[in-house]
Design a protein around this ligand. Structure first.
Ligand code: ATP
Ligand code: MG
Length: 421
């Protein structure tokens, strides 16, 4: 039937090709349409067979998986690549993602992991295709409309991911204070989710005990059934926001799947105006799921050469993932802490304007951190709080103005995104 996922297997070792083909042969929704023994053959077969997913080995003699993936993005753009590697190194992962791969599997993997990845990338790709085919809609307006638990119809909330391709640039600080500002000043129903599942810090900044309730409690419901008990595991914080903490132990984090995360976010947006997600600085499948689900990605950078370099790479990845350019907003944190680099230099280097800036204020930020009280509450008048409020207004206001301004905003941003290429 038309919904079959057409897969091309690429590996230079004949036994691996056979094994993978046989394994996938057991799945009723997956069709292996061909098997290639080299990168070159993969490109040729992908053009001819138009697979939905290419399962690609990274190490092959003539043309490796990364080079083949790069070629595929030009010659068979509809084919989503799942890269297979024996090494799980961050550099391999990053290079694969930059080449256009959608998923990364480290050998040996189980057949469940394999089929889940294939289904995920194929669903994501179909989603992207249909989004691109349909005229742009207002942020957060999920297809088919929604209704709250009470049956009353309301617009689903906005999902805002706070991300950066480099750690330590202030994601958690900004995510927490943004959530508090939107709740206390703008009267929004806000939930913050700690999307840094292994080493989340949201609980620390909010002085919450991470062992009490967390997303780990939802694991049994994540991949089967409805998230009926999600409300039970949200913590009501005195700052007027609700919190979904990261699991108490890093091992538990591994049990959280990309599909599960999407489900959690969809559920949270049904009952809140704003869902703020503090992400990791690493591209894994759950982070990608968060970025995919988000209406807005606040991408944080600082005035450091490494942060700027990573931002450039991230913008390329975002484009390859098919994100509309208006979805990615650049937020410069500690904007006045220049050590020889000016904002204009940053903008020139990444070929895009910075959308919002936040000043550096070590005193307010660290004092608040040590007390476990967000600085937006303890030092409301500080410039850093004003900056956060301006950011909150622009994010929340985004929704209202989005429908009308979307097209022109996107057009301008798209131009600037491509200007540096
Ligand atoms: N605007 C700011 N002014 C002064 N200090 C700041 C500011 N923003 C963040 N910081 C400080 O920078 C450090 C890193 O911030 P934070 O933990 O929020 O970053 P992160 O990106 O979440 O880091 P991680 O990669 O560890 O998750 C903290 O010590 C924080 O107090
Ligand atoms: Mg953090």
């Amino acid at each position: 039937m038309a919904d079959q996922i057409r897969v091309l297997v690429v590996d230079d070792i004949p036994e691996t090709r056979d094994h993978l083909t046989k394994l996938l042969g057991f799945e009723s929704d997956i069709d292996v349409v061909g098997a290639a023994a080299s990168g070159r053959e993969a490109v040729e077969m992908a053009v001819r067979l138009s697979p939905d997913v290419v399962l690609m080995d990274i190490n092959m003699p003539d043309m490796d998986g990364i080079a083949a993936t790069e070629q595929l993005s030009a010659s068979a753009p509809g084919a989503a690549v799942v890269m297979m590697s024996v090494q799980g190194e961050a550099d391999y992962l990053r290079r694969s993602m930059l080449a256009g791969a959608r998923e990364f599997l480290v050998k040996p993997f189980s057949s469940d992991e394999l089929t889940a990845s294939i289904r995920q990338v194929s669903a994501r790709e179909r989603d992207k295709q249909s989004r691109m085919a349909v005229a742009p809609v207002a942020a957060g307006s999920a297809p088919g409309g929604t209704s709250s638990a009470s049956g009353e119809s309301r617009e689903p909330g906005l999902v805002v991911a706070v991300f950066s391709p480099k750690g330590g640039v202030g994601r958690t600080t900004v995510a927490v204070n943004l959530a508090v500002a939107a709740a206390t000043e703008l009267g929004k129903r806000v939930v913050i989710m700690d999307g840094s599942f292994q080493f989340g810090d949201v609980g620390v900044l909010l002085n919450l005990n991470p062992r009490s309730k967390s997303i780990a409690d939802l694991i049994p419901e994540l991949d089967v059934g409805e998230l009926d008990s999600i409300d039970t595991f949200l913590i009501d914080h005195t700052a007027g926001i609700r919190v979904l903490l990261a699991p108490p132990t890093p091992e538990t984090a591994e049990m959280i799947t990309a599909a599960g995360v999407k489900k959690v976010l969809e559920s949270l947006r049904m009952n809140h105006d704003l869902v703020v997600v503090d992400c990791t600085a690493f591209f894994n499948d759950t982070t990608l799921a968060i970025l995919d689900s988000a209406d807005v990605i606040l991408t944080m950078l600082s005035l450091e050469i490494t942060s700027i370099k990573n931002m450039r790479l991230f913008l390329e990845v975002a484009e390859q993932l098919g994100y509309e350019s208006g979805k990615v907003r650049l937020i410069l944190n500690r904007a006045d802490s220049a050590l020889g680099i000016r904002v204009a230099d940053v903008e020139h280097s990444i070929g895009r304007k910075v959308d919002e800036t936040i000043v550096s204020d070590g005193r307010s930020v660290v004092y608040a951190l040590n007390r476990g009280v967000p600085f937006f509450l303890s030092n409301r008048e500080a410039q850093v709080s004003q900056d956060i409020l301006r950011l909150a207004r622009s994010v929340v206001g985004e929704r209202a103005s989005k429908a009308s301004a979307d097209d022109s905003h996107k057009a301008t941003q798209k131009k600037s995104l491509f200007a540096w290429r």
